[in-house]
Design a protein around this ligand. Structure first.
Ligand code: F6P
Length: 527
């Protein structure tokens, strides 16, 4: 589309509306409108969202809904679900919603649906065989440990899901390894018996340096324990969209669990890329996880913008980033089981929307992805919350917490009350006459998401909520959220440095700083 975001009529109306909202304290918005909570909350199934502690009124949201229409958001949403090639720089679809779609979804090709079901059935069968001890290693003993090796999208989502909902009630001990640092794999394998250990190599491309290096190291570990080359294949499974590369790397074709190039890495937890998590939570929970995402997909697909939770959260975030100039966003779940969520959302938001070109390649002159970070509550209160309350920068927060738990356990109750107290303190602040060091200005915005308790369905809903929020932001910012060319530069420069270490050339084009750092490395290691 030719229209630039900042030229949209609704954007200009928002620009005129902004000073009125900027100059108000959140406390006054509540005082002025007794209906504020009712009008600024939304329930989607078990998820309750309160965005009343944001510097918005109904006018703000109406204007954003008009902006969404001007930016043709409905047509972009349709293309997303229909599998159009919306990832324009890679000329492919971003059809992660298909991975959790209903069998009856008529917008999807029958062969796509049957391929997805086929892989899920194979994953279920693998779970069954592992659970009953039918999968054996080189000595004939049953597998007891499963190590999921992957990085980025092939790690963060699966690890989050497994840690949140993995019961470990099966006979399997499932672990995750991502880092190139040998310490990660070594520590993870320290108490594993090689003959009883199975590795899942989860990599869409099957070329990622970290994952391939850990794959090689795992092979060496097995060989050192007496596994003959002929038996190595029994210990490796691949989850990949590049079967040929996996086979060329030595994976048995029967041990490959497929996903497809239209599944972006950071959107792949719903596919075989999440195999380690699938084994940890089991097929029934995984099905519930998909059902939760499906529920959010339906809500996003069918609701008008003013009653559409992903869109509303996206509007609020664009308001914060582009009008209030807030450059970061904290994610704070008061739920230990979601302690990996900030990391997961960091990749989802920043790899998707950390862009500065429009979809048509033209540069933009508005800000995009806020720095997304966070930590689990209540621990975070004792690390970074001081800056949230009294620091010079305003950091909007998304709080989330379960409502139900063991009512007799005061720890559970106090956890929830701490969450509510923090959002209230950030909003209200407090003035201490004569003690300026104790003054908290307040007027600091937050959203609060509550759910009965963390279930597979709720987790699926939460992740799909943030996926769609990220998508809506990208459409308004006019960027492509589905590529990640910036990451490629670092990868190719690593290859360039490796070459320089192996065959040092005096006429290198390396900058002086990198050259001298490399020299220090050589001096320290003799490389
Ligand atoms: O970090 C860059 C990236 O390309 C991510 O998008 C992806 O999730 C990750 O690397 C891992 O890629 P792969 O699954 O191909 O190993």
């Amino acid at each position: 589309m030719n229209l630039r975001l900042t030229e949209a009529r609704a954007w200009q109306a928002l620009t005129e509306h902004f000073p009125e909202m900027r100059d108000q304290h959140l406390r006054n918005l509540f005082a002025a409108d007794p209906e504020r909570v009712r009008c600024h909350t939304l329930e989607v199934g078990p998820l309750y969202a309160d965005f009343s502690k944001q510097p918005i009124t109904a006018t703000t949201l109406d204007l954003f809904a008009r902006l969404a229409d001007e930016m043709e958001l409905s047509s972009a949403r349709k293309q997303l679900f229909n599998g159009a090639n919306i990832n324009v720089t890679e000329n492919r679809a971003a059809l992660h919603t298909a991975l959790r779609a209903a069998d009856t979804d008529a917008s999807l090709a029958a062969e796509t649906q049957s391929a997805i079901r086929h892989e899920l059935a194979r994953m279920t069968d693998l779970h069954r065989r592992l659970t009953i001890g039918q999968v054996t290693g080189f000595s004939g003993q049953a597998i007891s440990h499963v190590i999921h090796i992957g990085i980025g999208g092939s790690d963060l989502g699966p690890r989050l899901l497994a840690e949140a909902l993995g019961t470990q009630q099966t006979n399997l001990d499932i672990r995750f390894v991502a880092n190139l640092d040998p310490a990660d794999l070594e520590r993870t394998l320290a108490d594993c018996a090689p003959a009883r250990t199975l590795f899942i190599i989860s990599s869409k491309s099957f070329t990622t340096l970290e994952t391939r290096s850990n794959f090689d190291a795992a092979r060496r570990w097995l060989q050192a324990a007496g596994c003959h080359d002929a038996d190595l294949q029994r210990h490796f499974i691949a989850a990949t969209a590049s079967s040929d590369t996996a086979i060329a790397a030595g994976i048995d074709a029967n041990n490959i669990y497929r996903f497809w190039d239209w599944v972006g890495g950071r959107y792949s937890v719903w596919s075989a890329a999440g195999l380690g998590a699938f084994l940890a939570v089991g097929p029934a929970s995984f099905e519930q996880f998909l059902a939760g995402a499906r529920r959010m997909d339906q809500h996003f697909r069918d609701s008008d913008w003013r009653h559409n939770l992903p869109a509303l959260l996206a509007f609020i975030s664009v308001w914060q980033v582009n009008f209030f100039n807030y450059g970061s966003h904290a994610i704070v779940p008061y739920d230990q089981r979601l302690s990996r969520l900030p990391d997961y959302l960091c990749q989802l938001v920043m790899e998707s929307n950390g862009k500065s070109l429009r979809q048509d390649g033209q540069p933009i002159d508005w800000q995009t992805a806020p720095v997304t970070w966070g930590g689990v509550g209540s621990n975070a209160q004792h690390s970074f919350f001081q800056a949230l309350h009294q620091g010079t920068r305003v950091v909007p927060v998304d709080f989330m917490a379960p409502l139900a738990g063991d009512a007799s356990d005061t720890r559970q109750r106090n956890l929830l009350l701490s969450c509510l107290a923090q959002s209230r303190a950030l909003m209200c602040g407090q003035h201490h006459p004569g003690e300026p060091q104790r003054d908290c200005p307040g007027n600091r915005p937050s959203n609060t998401l509550l759910y009965p308790q963390l279930s597979a369905e709720v987790l699926g809903m939460l992740l799909a909520l943030y996926e769609h929020k990220t998508f809506v932001q990208a459409q308004l910012w006019q960027i492509n959220p589905f590529d990640q060319w910036g990451v490629e530069l670092g990868k190719s420069m690593t290859r360039e440095l490796a070459q320089q270490v192996e065959t040092p050339a005096s006429n290198t084009s390396l900058d002086a700083s990198t050259r001298s750092l490399l020299e220090r490395y050589r001096a320290a290691t003799g490389a």
